[in-house]
Design a protein around this ligand. Structure first.
Ligand SMILES: *Cc1c(COP(=O)(O)O)cnc(C)c1O
Length: 485
């Protein structure tokens, strides 16, 4: 299928070429020319998760062969047979667990697939240099996905002191001959802006090109990240159908803990493809720029940045919102371009009345502060015997608020990380004093206390040694990249 840029409809590429390119030359994001109809997937209930994912990808990547083998290989290492199991936590309430991959966060769902799509699309061209800005989870999942993949190198930039101890350890111990990790002085938005600037810097691209590489991105601005994420929304629906929890065609809600708007955008795409979705509920932490946006139709950056216990949602500039704006404005490239330059120059934009009505029909948004998040972890464990991580707790907390609106529609809360990635904050939420314990002691304590299994991904990490120690200023990232080439 052809993808077009959100800022220039004349900029068109096949999905596979757009996946190699990452971002479009004028800074726009690639989106499908039209939404395929999911009825083309046939009966969903008889398919394994990798098979379903392959069929879904086939609707976009019609020029890539052997997608079945590709997705089979991608999900081999997951520690759940269903890959993304749906757990019933209360009446009409379910949790979709997206963290059974190698790094214990939902980024694995797409980043185990993306490198394989890229190598399939490469077809003898230049080698690919992947640049990633991470708020914590993308970095490790991308490092795992690209580790020792031929004809690729990957450089991950993470905000120094902006990620959890476990997240940092996962990255700095990364093995592989083609992997590089750089700590950046600044927050996630600083790292993301610096990486975005490299992608639109043609002089820099030329210098990288001289060394035999072309630049690409593994961030969720890459369509190759989005496409595999659509599959688990359809997969969750199929699983509920198969287990008799819902009837064919019954509409359900999804609650998504949101940062860069990639995960929830995939749900919106699933809806546009025909998945019966009632409301998409966008959950934010104290960095609640999206809550304000959904309520007022205006996006403003003039606000403080908070470091929270859900670091992967500590974002002020939600990149993928641009793809939603494109749809809400009736695919108006000029309007999108104007809003994005207003954001850059004035720090805000307004979407206007018509788009706002479309926004309110499809979405609901709310947020939880730190105390509410901690209380939600405790309450959910005590009342439902289900252990949430700090990100999923934000979503569950928002769902509790949403329920007061009187909507009794069956709802799936999307769980984006294992609680074992954030043992300090999860234990504190359960009123445990963690003073003097290191992250691994905390993880073992958490397992004993809650009777949940300690993931082997954590135990394996403990014996690994640190391999990456580079620290750079945000205006020195180009040099850091050229150095690894
Ligand atoms: C990345 C991430 C999020 C936010 O997802 P977006 O697609 O950026 O909205 C939420 N929770 C966890 C654990 C994450 O890793």
């Amino acid at each position: 299928m052809i993808l077009v840029s959100t800022r220039n409809n004349a900029q068109r590429l096949e999905a596979s070429a757009a996946t190699l390119a990452g971002i479009s030359p004028e800074g726009g994001l690639y989106v499908p020319e039209s939404f395929p109809d999911m009825t083309a997937l046939g009966d969903l209930t008889s398919l394994s998760y990798p098979a379903l994912c392959a069929k879904l990808l086939g609707l976009f990547y019609d020029d890539i062969k052997e997608l079945d083998a590709l997705t089979q290989a991608a999900y081999v290492g997951f520690d759940s047979e269903k890959v993304a199991p749906v757990i019933e936590t209360a009446d009409n309430e379910y949790v979709l667990e997206l963290w059974h991959g190698p790094t214990l966060a939902f980024k694995d769902m797409a980043l185990s697939v993306l490198p394989r799509l890229m190598t399939a699309a490469m077809d003898g061209g230049a080698d690919v240099l992947i640049l990633v800005a991470t708020s914590g989870d993308t970095g490790k999942a991308a490092l795992e996905g690209f580790c020792d993949v031929p004809h690729t190198k990957i450089v991950v930039f993470y905000p120094n002191e902006g990620v959890s101890d476990m997240q940092r350890l996962q990255m700095v111990t990364q093995e592989g001959g083609n992997t590089h990790v750089v700590a950046v002085r600044g927050n996630f938005d600083d790292a993301q802006n610096a990486v975005k600037a490299m992608f639109t810097d043609s002089a820099f691209a030329a210098r990288v090109g001289e060394r035999g590489y072309s630049l690409s991105s593994a961030n969720s601005i890459n369509f190759g990240r989005l496409a595999p994420q659509i599959a688990y929304y359809i997969g969750a629906y199929a699983q509920l159908l198969k287990e008799g929890k819902i009837k064919q065609g019954e509409r359900i809600n999804f609650v998504v803990p949101t940062g860069n708007f990639g995960n929830i955008l995939a749900a919106y795409y699933a809806k546009r493809m025909g998945l019966p979705i009632n409301r998409l509920i966008c959950a934010s932490n104290k960095n609640n720029v999206l809550t304000d946006f959904f309520r007022k139709g205006a996006y403003t950056l003039d606000r403080p940045f908070y470091k929270t216990m859900s670091p992967s949602m500590d974002i002020l500039i939600s990149s993928n919102l641009e793809r939603l704006l494109f749809e809400l404005t009736g695919r108006d490239e000029q309007a999108v371009k104007a809003m994005m330059s207003q954001l850059k120059d004035q720090g805000s934009y307004d979407i206007g009345g018509k788009a706002r009505a479309a926004l309110e029909a499809a979405f609901y948004a709310d947020w939880c502060d730190e105390a509410e998040t901690m209380a939600c972890i405790k309450k959910t464990f005590e009342e439902k015997n289900y252990l949430l991580d700090t990100h999923t707790a934000v979503a569950m907390g928002v769902y509790e608020k949403y329920k007061k609106s009187g909507d009794t529609t069956k709802t799936v809360v999307v769980s984006t990380a294992s609680p074992y990635k954030f043992p300090a904050d999860v234990l504190s939420s359960l009123s445990v004093d963690t003073q003097g314990m290191d992250s691994f002691e905390m993880a073992r304590h958490l397992s004993k206390l809650t009777g949940t299994p300690l993931p082997m991904q954590i135990t394996a990490l403990e014996s690994k040694s640190v391999r990456h120690t580079t620290l750079a200023d945000r205006d020195a990232l180009r040099d850091a990249v050229l150095e690894v080439l």
